[in-house]
Design a binder for this molecule. Structure first.
Ligand code: HEC
Length: 110
């Protein structure tokens, strides 16, 4: 009796688990731009684009993110770094109307 019910329960449970997880969702598409392909190549092997598209970071913060990602194993060519930063900052920069730092950081010419 138990042997007959058991596989059914297992099957049912695995359907629920599979449905809840929705593995490898594709993520939001990256906006077109000169570095789109580079970002796709360098940044989507470990996580999908949502990790990136959900952010609103300054160039400096993106730079720190790139370094963090390199620490995790991302490979970013030095020659690509500038293009990636510009692309990321333009498309996923600080939100307009969001709280900005009150003080202007004077020396920082960006
Ligand atoms: C080697 C695997 C790997 C690659 C390649 C990679 N990432 Fe990540 N990324 C991760 C991991 C792991 C996390 C989760 C880190 C955490 O939670 O602390 C993450 C998280 C993030 C986050 C979320 C913010 C955060 O600090 O958790 C952003 C933004 C991000 N990655 C951007 C990028 C960008 C941009 C690239 C391409 C330059 C990239 N990632 C390439 C592994 C990678």
């Amino acid at each position: 009796m138990f042997q007959r019910i058991c596989p059914a329960i297992f099957l049912f449970a695995s359907i629920i688990v599979a449905g809840a997880q929705a593995p490898s969702a594709p993520g939001k598409p990256l906006p077109p731009g000169p570095a789109q392909a580079k970002v796709k190549a360098a940044c989507t092997s470990c996580h999908n684009t949502s990790r990136i598209t959900e952010q609103h970071l300054t160039r400096q913060q993106w730079s720190a993110q790139l370094e963090k990602m390199e620490g995790l194993g991302a490979v970013i060519a030095d020659s690509d770094r500038d293009a990636l930063l510009s692309y990321l900052t333009r498309n996923f920069g600080p939100q307009k109307g969001a709280a900005k730092p009150a003080k202007k950081s004077g020396s920082d010419a960006d």
